[in-house]
Design a protein around this ligand. Sequence first.
Ligand code: ATP
Ligand code: LTN
Length: 327
Amino acid sequence: MPRVFSGIQPTGEVHLGNYLGAVRRWVHDQHEFDSIYCVVDLHAVTLPQDREVLSSKTRELVALLVAAGLDPEVCTLFVQSHVPEHAQLGWLMECTAAFGELRRMTQFKEKGDRADFTSAGLFTYPALQAADILLYDTDRVPVGDDQRQHLELARDLAERFNSRYGSTFIVPEHAIAPVGARIMDLQEPTRKMSKSVDAPQGTLLVLDPPEVITKKIKRAVTDNDGEVRYDPEAKPGVANLLSILAGITGGDPAELADRYEQYGPLKADTADAVVEALRPLQERFSELSSQPQEVDRIIARGAAKAQALAAPTLAKAMLAMGLLPPT
Ligand code: ATP
Ligand code: LTN
C-alpha cells in the first residue's frame, strides 16, 4: 500500500485553507493509503513561540485532527518532537542541501521579511521538512500549493543523497489537489488564507461558530461587475468563493459558476455548505476537549508507532554516510 505523509504546524488557528488544502484530504486518504500525519512543533519554533501557548496548541491540534475525522486506529498521528529521529535526519539533510538552494525558498524570504528575529532554523526549515518525509519511505505528500517548492527540494535531496551514498530513500511525489489547494483571504483575495497573518475577517477558522462563518462569507470581497464566472485572475474574490464551494461539495468551480446569476445566492450557498461541513468537526472537538487524557493516550501511541518506522530509516542513512554505528 503506498505510504502518505504530511504535516501541519501547531501555530495560530486552523483555517479553511488548511482544511480544504490538507486535512480533509488526509481524512479521505487514511482509508486508501498507509497514512502518517505529524503535528510539526519543531517547525513551529523556527519563529518565536510562547511556551504555554505552544504546548496547549499542540495538544489542541491533535484533538482537532481527530475531530476532523483522522482515526488514530487507522492512521499514525503524532507530534514531531516526540520522535527525535526527525531532528537527527534533519541534520543530515542540512548537510545534503546547498546554501544556495535554501536561499531560493520563497517561504523563507516571505517569513524572514516579516520576522523581527530570523532564526537559522527558519532558513534550514525545508531540510527538516525533507527529513520528515524521507524518514517514512513516503510515496505521496498531500499539501496545499504553497508547499510545492519545499517538496521539490525534498525530492532533490533524496536523489542527491541516493546518488552520493547509494540508494537509501524513496523519492516522494507531491499530491496537490486540483481544487482547494489555494484558498485565498476573504478580504484580500489575492493573498492566501494564512495562520500567521492577523486577518480575522478574511480568515475562516474551522472552529468559528456558524453565525461568524456566515457573516465572514457574506462580507467577503467580490467586485462590481456582478457576473458569476470562475476567473481567478480577473475575479479573485468570486473565484475564491467558487473554489470553497467546489472544495466542500466536490464539484468543479467553473461548472458551479453556471448555476448562479448573482453573488448573494452564491455567498449564501457557500456559507451553508461550510457550516454543514464543519458542524460534525466542531461537535466532536468540543467532546474531545473534555477528555485530555484520551488525547494524551493518542499522542503517546502515535509516537511509538512513528518511531518504530523512523528509527530503521535513520540508521540506514547514517550507515550509508559512513557514520560509525555505536558498538
Ligand atoms: P502559514 O501561513 O503560517 O505558513 P499555514 O496556514 O500555511 O501557515 P501550515 O501548518 O503551514 O499552515 O499548513 C498546513 C497545511 O495547510 C499545508 O499542507 C499547507 O499547504 C496547507 N495550506 C495552508 N494554507 C492554505 C491555503 N490558503 N489554501 C490551501 N491550503 C493551505
Ligand atoms: N512546511 C509545512 C508543514 C510541514 C510538512 C512536512 C508538510 C512540515 N513537514 C512534511 C508535508 C510534509 C507547512 O508549513 N505547511
